[in-house]
Design a protein around this ligand. Structure first.
Ligand code: AMP
Ligand code: MG
Length: 644
């Protein structure tokens, strides 16, 4: 019997949100029955073994020698010693893999290789080092006892012995064990988890990005998370934001999968659609969890298929997956996470919370957690975050230095050093040269200074010029930054970037042209401002007037590369930025100034290994040589300034 679908008017209002704790208890109860499939062993890595595996054979299958030497009867060696060796008669050789029959009698010996079968009659092997063969006789210089240097059949694995346990995750070791008992297939659990991404704005990665569209990240991120848990992901693709399409996709997925997930459209009401479909065909367990981000989570059961609606924002979707879906997969498969999903960290800075239960994305660098929520909804937060912390509803402020538990986003390697500030290919080069993992938040020099002053980064990358033309030190003075040093970096040619068909010969020619500017707070923008000031003075006009003549002055491109993109696609006539970026984009470049790209580093970190590695790379000759065109080290490179 089907229940009737509630219409919009009479639909229940879900004002009472389920608490995180109750929602956790709820998912702890949910188990689904996975299927068993047989996989060839070379395709089985990461899967979960479905049954105990007994060995069908003895390993080794025969008594074999573990040394190169001579098979003998042990009693023939008991009198042997260095000064008085025992002489035995040489009767043949047995290489590994030899299947011929041999027999050793009293006073006889057979040469034998490691891994070769022990001949009948022999009960020990003398190592070749303790023997000497001349013609038909072999001298034995040391006694051996019965069984010495012999591995007996079945010592490794006995026929019938359970060699792998049900619910073991298959890795290299397990595959080795299976192969060594001759199994080329293995029964594994298959838990099919379907994922449907909803949103009119979504397109598949690999397709051309049209205006207003974004790439579907969730299908793939969630699928990978499913596989990391040991499940099998089934990607249903993108479904537009309409009830009929969603219902069709859901129907199909529920028929085919053990668990079904959807992502997105929570604002457009997928929560409602999901809830309605679940109500109609099954049972809603919760509709809305008191948590941020990702409040409109729906968890229900259709028949025996748990059906869960995740939020669209990729960071939220992964957070909610970790909290409420991963446990269902693990419990159903009967396994524990294969890697550490929770790590303890110390807050590197305080964070304010909204007085509501929150899942807060953080980056974890050397055991310190930093907030990674630049703006919620930015896909960049997903790459800048390593995991989430849970902030309780009654907590208004999480203090710097307090211990937190971070649920990691899968098996991530957290970065070694954190950088905030200006963007530069030189930093990418340093990352490559040090072999460390850098987390670089490219938010401009001003953000770098703010972060280093707030203790939320190890290093600020800065190129901020003052009115006198000094770089960075005056900002440190002005901001009263203590406990930091300024490490001088390198010089970079900055100038005008334009297409060959624009007649630009210098800064004076750009008035009337359409400029693509950098974001406010970027050092490169500050440098352009300074140069425009000098030009205006030479022209005898106020700077504001010169700026007014520049269309696009108020634009704010975030990276050197995006400036080049704007010029290349003719959205702008001219940009201001690095020679290196212009050349890479195949655009014209006229140098205007040279800036100084420096690093502000926390004093207390100067001695740690990662910073030392960073500094020696910066000071190396190799770095000078490999810097992109238009960037130069100089006599100050790598020097540390500590008084301002
Ligand atoms: P929604 O929950 O549909 O309102 O989506 C919230 C935000 O996440 C919007 O900015 C969406 O464009 C974005 N979003 C939704 N689905 C996806 C997806 N599959 N991949 C990446 N971003 C998404
Ligand atoms: Mg949407």
């Amino acid at each position: 019997m089907t229940k009737s679908r509630p219409n919009r008017m009479e639909r229940k209002e879900f004002r009472d949100l389920t608490s995180v704790e109750d929602a956790r208890k709820l998912v702890e109860q949910i188990r689904v029955q996975p299927d068993t499939i047989i996989l060839p062993i070379d395709k089985a890595v990461g899967h979960i073994i479905a049954d105990d595996i007994p060995s069908g054979v003895d390993v080794p299958a025969f008594n074999r020698s573990v040394k190169d030497g001579y098979a003998i009867r042990a009693k023939d060696t008991y009198q042997a010693s260095e000064p008085e060796p025992q002489e035995l008669r040489f009767i043949g050789s047995i290489p590994a893999g030899c299947t011929d029959k041999f027999f050793v009698n009293d006073g006889e010996t057979i040469e034998i290789s490691t891994g070769a079968p022990i001949p009948d009659g022999a009960d020990a092997v003398v190592m070749v080092e303790n023997t000497k063969q001349t013609g038909d006789s072999v001298l034995i210089y040391q006694p051996v006892h019965i069984g010495e240097n012999i591995m007996r059949a079945g010592t490794d694995i006995m026929k019938g012995e359970r060699i792998l346990r049900k619910n073991t995750r298959i890795g290299a070791r397990e595959i080795g064990v299976l192969a060594s008992i001759g199994m080329n297939e293995v029964p594994v659990k298959r838990l099919l988890v379907g994922i449907i991404s909803t949103g009119n704005e979504l397109i598949k990665p690999g397709e051309t990005l049209e205006a207003g569209m974004i790439y579907d990240a969730n299908s793939y991120a969630i699928a990978a998370a499913i596989e990391e848990c040991g499940g099998t992901a089934w990607i249903y693709g993108i479904v537009p934001d309409d009830a009929t399409s969603m219902e069709e996709a859901l129907d199909r997925a529920i028929n085919e999968c053990n668990i079904v997930l959807t992502s997105g459209s929570t604002s457009a009401g997928v929560g409602d659609i999901m809830y309605m479909i679940i109500e109609e065909k099954g049972e809603t367990l919760t509709h809305g969890i008191a948590i941020k981000p990702g409040k409109p989570v729906v968890i229900g059961m259709i028949g025996n298929v748990p059906t869960i609606g995740l939020p669209g924002n990729p960071t939220s979707a992964l957070s909610i997956f970790n909290e409420f879906v991963a446990p269902i997969i693990y419990n159903s498969l009967g396994v524990k996470p294969s890697f550490k999903t929770k790590v303890t960290a110390v807050m590197g800075t305080g964070i304010r919370s909204g007085g509501r239960e929150e899942l807060f994305p953080v980056g974890v660098v050397r055991g310190k957690a930093y907030p990674a929520d630049k703006t919620s909804g930015a896909i960049t937060t997903l790459s800048d975050a390593d995991g989430i912390i849970e902030i309780r509803a009654h907590t208004e402020y999480v203090e710097a230095g307090s211990e937190v538990e971070v649920t990691m986003f899968g098996n991530v390697r957290s970065p070694d050093l954190m950088f905030v500030g200006g963007q530069c290919p030189g930093v990418d080069l340093l990352e490559e040269m040090t072999g460390l993992v850098f987390r670089t938040l490219k938010m401009g020099s001003s953000a770098g200074f703010t972060a280093i002053s707030g203790g939320t980064t190890d290093i600020a990358c800065v190129n901020m010029v003052d009115s006198e033309g000094n770089y960075n030190s005056s900002v440190i003075t002005k901001m009263n930054l203590e406990d930091v040093v300024l490490v001088k970096g390198y010089r970079r040619e900055q100038g005008l970037i334009f297409s060959p068909d624009n007649h630009v010969y210098g800064l004076k020619d750009i008035s009337g042209l359409h400029l693509i500017n950098r974001n406010r707070g970027s050092g490169t923008r500050a440098l352009l401002d300074r140069e425009l000031g000098i030009l205006a003075e030479n022209m005898g006009i106020p700077r504001s007037e010169l700026i007014k003549s520049l269309k696009g002055y108020n634009s704010g491109s975030k990276t050197h590369r995006s400036v080049c993109d704007a010029v290349k696609s003719r959205k702008a006539d001219v940009g201001f930025g690095l020679r290196a970026a212009a050349e890479e984009a195949g655009l014209e470049f006229i140098p205007v100034a040279e800036d100084e790209f420096d690093f502000v580093i926390r004093k207390d970190l100067l001695d740690i290994e990662e910073i030392q590695t960073f500094l020696s790379a910066l000071r190396s000759e190799d770095f000078s040589k490999r810097l992109p065109t238009g960037m130069y080290t100089y006599e100050m490179t790598g020097s540390i300034i500590s008084s301002f």
